[in-house]
Design a protein around this ligand. Structure first.
Ligand code: UDP
Ligand code: MG
Length: 303
């Protein structure tokens, strides 16, 4: 198998048939042996019926159906678990990503491990485009990956990248950062972006705050996931040391000058609190180390 196309769909009944037609036309011309893997992410409309009809007629089409809506990351992850192709392409199932751009992605992935689409003329509302600009700026600032459109679903992966990315929650927006952190070469290519004709967008503005929290998660995973003690222990030691110094200072004052420790109550409380808080941070770090020591996460990737 040369190529696997992974497409998460959630209530996209009217997009399935036209998308399938377009994909077939484009893929026929590439001459590659391919499979289309649709993941129905718990749709409540006729999306799965459409997929079933197509997959019964065309053996290159597979449909996976979720019990409920588990989200796009879970859907992509289910797709990745089932791909057979040496190259994997992911795309949205709402016809906003144009199948005609697939050859471009295939060409570019020859000299990268991951190619990320850049919707340079994005056909969405300003309300969507502006936060996206801010989001991408922060992603580059925090994680160091230099792409314009991290959240663009249109991507091409070498199989080894897919095998080494563990998606959960809503981390699909950070695939380029995660791949970059794991040492893969990340490239970029401009892609066309169409207006959504059928169905509704599934994401509102609540993704801004959630996205920012996820950014902290990704940053933490990138830097400390295999050495949590360096973060928590560091903070803990600083807090404990500051607290201890305050307490020592108060005692010295008492013995040398006879000033009561309780004469500045807030300072004493601050000192004790800092020591306790610091010790808790250190314990948190140790707990993290114990979890990592026991977990079976891969600690390296072989080139
Ligand atoms: N999607 C999904 N699960 C969800 C939400 C969305 O599989 O919980 C799919 C959706 O069907 C579409 C793609 O993810 O194929 C992108 O979603 P959408 O078009 O709503 O996002 P937008 O383009 O508005 O950012
Ligand atoms: Mg869309």
């Amino acid at each position: 198998m040369d190529l696997s196309i992974v497409i998460p769909v959630y209530n996209e009944e009217r997009n399935i048939a036209p998308l399938y037609q377009k994909l077939r036309d484009v893929l026929r011309h590439t001459g590659k042996k391919y499979e289309l893997i649709f993941i129905d992410d718990g749709s409540t409309d006729n999306t799965f019926l459409e997929l079933k009809n197509i997959s019964q007629k065309d053996k290159q089409v597979k449909a996976i159906r979720f019990q409920r809506n588990f989200g796009k990351s879970a859907a992509l992850s289910a797709g990745f678990d089932n791909v057979k192709g040496s190259i994997v392409i992911t795309m949205d199932g709402d016809l906003q990503d144009d199948p005609g751009e697939i050859p471009k992605l295939l060409e570019k992935v020859k000299d990268s491990d991951l190619v990320v689409g850049w919707r340079y003329r994005r056909s969405d509302t300003l309300w969507k485009k502006l936060p996206s600009k801010l989001f991408n700026f922060l992603v580059t600032l925090f994680t160091g990956v230099r792409v314009h459109d991290s959240n663009c679903c249109f991507k091409a992966f070498k199989k080894k990248v897919v095998d080494n990315i563990n998606l959960y929650g809503e981390l699909h927006r950070y695939i380029p950062s995660i791949a970059y952190w794991k040492g893969f070469k990340v490239g970029e290519v401009k892609v066309m972006h169409n207006k959504r004709i059928h169905g509704k967008s599934k994401y509102g503005s609540s993704r801004l705050l959630k996205g920012f929290l996820d950014l902290i998660t990704v940053k933490f995973l990138m830097q400390y996931s295999t050495r949590p003690m360096h973060l928590f222990g560091g903070v803990g030691l600083i807090l404990s040391s500051l607290g201890s110094m305050v307490i020592v200072f108060l005692y010295l004052r008492k013995f040398l000058f006879g000033i009561r420790i309780g004469s500045v109550p807030y300072l004493f409380i601050l000192g004790v609190l800092s020591v306790i808080l610091g010790m808790q941070f250190v314990s948190l770090g140790l707990l993290g180390e114990m979890i990592i020591g026991k977990s079976r996460i891969k600690r390296y990737i072989i080139k």
